[in-house]
Structure formats: C-alpha cells, structure tokens
Design a protein around this ligand. Structure first.
Ligand SMILES: [Zn+2]
Length: 436
C-alpha cells in the first residue's frame, strides 16, 4: 500500500482538546452573524478548539471570562493576503525582497505578520502567492497547524501562476536570468502541468494572474482594458485541471478582457476586479463566482501611485467603484480581502477594509458578514469558521462598543481567541468571574 498523501491534521489544541476544561466568554453583546441580532450579555463556551455552546448557562466546570462592554464576533477572515511580502509600494521595494532577502529572512518576517493579523482580529487567512518564496507558505501553514507558532489558520496558494515573461522582475538585463515572483508557464499542457505540480506540493488554492496590466487603456464605454496574457484555451486548461482535482482557483483580474476570460473559464473568485461590466457581473452571479475587491490595497497603493502615473491610472478608483457596484447589483458575493503584504503589515490595520465597504453603501452587518460568513463560504468552510455556532472553530474576536452602530469599532479589536486559546488580551488582562 502506498503511504498516505494526506497532510498532518493535528490542530493547535492538540489531541486532548476534548478533555480540556471549557472556557466561557461573556460579553455585553454577542453577534449572531446570520440574523444580525446581538444577544445581550451572551456567553460563548469553548472546549478545546471548538465552540460547544452559544447560549444559556455555562457548564459548572467552565472558567468564565468577562469581556465587559464588548461585542463578541467570530474571528475575521481575510481572503487575500501575502504573509511573505512586506510592502510592495515601489518596484524597488519588491526587487529588494526578491533579490536580496534570503527565504529564511522572509519566513521570519512572515511569522511576525501572522502575529499582526491575529492582533487585528483575523483568525483565518487565504494567502495568495509567495512572491518568489516558493512553497514557504505551505511550510508555515503546517507549522501553525502543529502549534509551533501562533497564527491564523492558513489556506495557501504556493507560487501564483503567471504567463512566461509577464511578471516582475521585468526589465533587467536580457542576457541574464532574474528570479520572478510567480511560477511561469505557457500552453494548455504547460498550465495543466503547473497546476499538477502545485497540488502535489500541498497548496489549498490555485492563484492565477489572468491580467497583466501592460498596455492599460480606457475603453469607449469607460472601463479599463489591456491585452490578456493567456489564450482562452490556456486558462480553460488551468481551471479544468484544478477543478478536476477538487481545487479552487482565484484569479487576479484587473482589466476587462482578462476578467471575462477568467469568468468564462469558471474560476472561483475574481481578485481586485477593477473593471467589471454589468454583463460580466451577471455571469459571475450566475456561476457563483465571488468578487474580492481588495479596496484597502486599492486605496493604499494603487491610489497613491496613480497620481505619478497619470491617465488611465487616475481613472482606476472610479472604474473600480462602478465595477464593485455592478457586482453588488447583480448579486455577486463580495468577500473581504485586503491584499495586505502589498502594503505594510504593521502600518495599516487590515480591518480598515470594513469601513471602506460601509462608505460604499454596505451596512456594518454586511461588512462584517463579508469578512466572516461570505468568506467562510468562499473557502468552503461554512459552519466551521466565520460564525459563533456550536461545532465551529473556537476563533473569536471582541471589540469595545458596538460595531453595528459604528463599524470603526472593529479597528479596536483587543481580544482574540484562536482555537480556544486567548492570543490577544487587553493590557489589563481578562478577568475570570469569581465562582458563586
Ligand atoms: Zn495580491
């Protein structure tokens, strides 16, 4: 019999989780993410790495921690991160990381990024591309799952896939070979082979660059376009091979033609989505393709660079807003993803994505759902993460005040529980309620 190909599955809480003493968290408000109702003075009981109970009296043997005037939420989910990248605002900053930093250096910084994400209340990340760091994300994911270092649960993509000759580092000496931030391939068979290689290495998702940005222009009907890097046959083969093996595909898609091709190929999520016409949005809704609009990186990086680059870059924010609205009108699931790593992990709180959604017309509840319920659905983990429900992972976050009244309260998250363990606590600690 061949050895099992299954990865290790032991959780951070270890094998004796079921026997552990339950911990109950009481908060002024406990959010039921599905109904949008808050339970006053609710209690969530965790045993080991699972939620055991969400209402009623905690069991007699539970340790009861009082969170006071806080709202208890499911741990947040960021579906677009790069733990191995530390800011990508300039070509030089990117080249420095690719050319000068050893992978070990980048991994140590990635471990710090995991702590930053936890500190912001994010207990699950879908990490979409290692940017020249091979399969280090697979190793980091497994180390977190083994409990070697604390961190959010990770779903990883290994190297993103790009068509040969379209992804940085570009523009260096033509007679030398330079490293690039993606796995390059071409031709339908080449795409299939690359997907097979990545799945064999243990990735959870396939990430493909469906657009490449060179030749960006504004179309007559006010969208952004550029020549697509792939043929339809190449993209079809890539997606077909991934789906055939039960793997999902995230497509970086900034321009209209490449986005349409990715949608036609049947990818599972469109990342960024700067240029989505109403017809494309309807096709996405029909096929259950999510949009991860990465509004935060658009504000932090693309927006700032646009001024130097001039037209059509200066048009991107407006076209992006219209594209997101087209998706919203069509009923496309719009899921929280920030592209953190494209901007510095420590300078900008990932949870800023939620107030931006509210500025665009989402209710605070809908914004929180995009980072919990909808994200769990995209990751095919509904019922397991992203909600406070019996049997789900004991991943919790709490903020002072009521984020349904003021979404910016999510930026103040100061209690985080990951797999049943308190990993972030306020400076004065959490206080057990004395037993009666
Ligand atoms: Zn990205």
């Amino acid at each position: 019999m061949p050895p099992s190909a299954a990865p290790p599955t032991a959780g951070p809480a270890g094998p004796d989780a079921a026997a552990a003493r339950p911990v109950a968290f009481r908060a002024r408000r406990v959010l039921d993410i599905r109904s949008g109702r808050t339970i006053a003075d609710g209690v969530v009981v965790c045993r080991g790495d699972r939620i055991e109970q969400v209402s009623g009296q905690p069991p007699a043997d539970a340790e009861l921690l009082d969170l006071g005037d806080r709202t208890l939420l499911p741990g947040l989910i960021d579906t677009h991160t790069h733990v191995l990248l530390q800011g990508n605002r300039t070509r030089e900053a990117y080249a420095h990381q690719i050319l000068r930093e050893d992978p070990a250096h980048r991994v140590v910084r990635a471990v710090r990024s995991l702590g930053v994400a936890l500190g912001h209340g994010f207990t699950t990340l879908r990490d979409l591309g290692t940017e020249g760091c091979g399969y280090a994300d697979v190793a980091i994911r497994d180390a977190v799952a083994e409990g070697v270092v604390p961190g959010p649960r990770l779903l990883v993509a290994g190297p993103a896939i790009g068509r040969t000759g379209t992804y940085p580092l570009l523009g260096y000496r033509s007679d030398w070979r330079f490293p690039v931030g993606v796995a390059e391939c071409e031709g339908a068979e080449g795409c299939r082979s690359e997907v097979r290689r990545e799945i064999a290495r243990g990735v959870d998702w396939i990430k493909v660059y469906a657009t490449q940005g060179r030749g960006l222009h504004l179309t007559d009907d006010g969208y952004l376009d550029a020549p697509p890097p792939w043929t339809q046959a190449e993209l079809d083969a890539l997606v077909d091979e991934a789906h055939r093996q039960g793997q999902r595909v995230a497509a970086h898609a900034s321009e209209a033609t490449g986005t349409d091709m990715a949608v036609a190929a049947g990818v599972d999520s469109i990342e960024h989505g700067y240029s989505i016409r109403p017809a494309t949005a309807r096709a996405m809704a029909e096929h259950g393709i999510a949009l991860v609009p990465t509004l935060l990186v658009a504000r932090e990086v693309s927006g700032n660079r646009a001024a130097e680059r001039g037209s059509p870059w200066t048009e991107v924010p407006e076209v992006h807003r219209r594209s997101v609205e087209n998706c919203r009108q069509a009923g496309v699931p719009i899921v929280c993803g920030t592209d953190v790593g494209g901007f510095e992990w420590e300078d900008v709180n990932q949870a800023e994505e939620l107030p931006i959604l509210v500025e665009l017309g989402w209710s605070p509840l809908e914004a929180i759902q995009s980072a919990t319920l909808l994200a769990a659905r995209l990751l095919q983990r509904e019922g397991q993460i992203g909600e406070l429900t019996v049997g789900a992972a004991a991943d919790l976050a709490a903020c002072p005040g009521d984020p349904l009244e003021d979404i910016r309260r999510v930026l103040d998250i100061d209690v985080v529980v990951r797999a049943g363990r308190v990993v972030v606590a306020p400076p004065d600690g959490l206080h057990p309620v004395p037993e009666a």
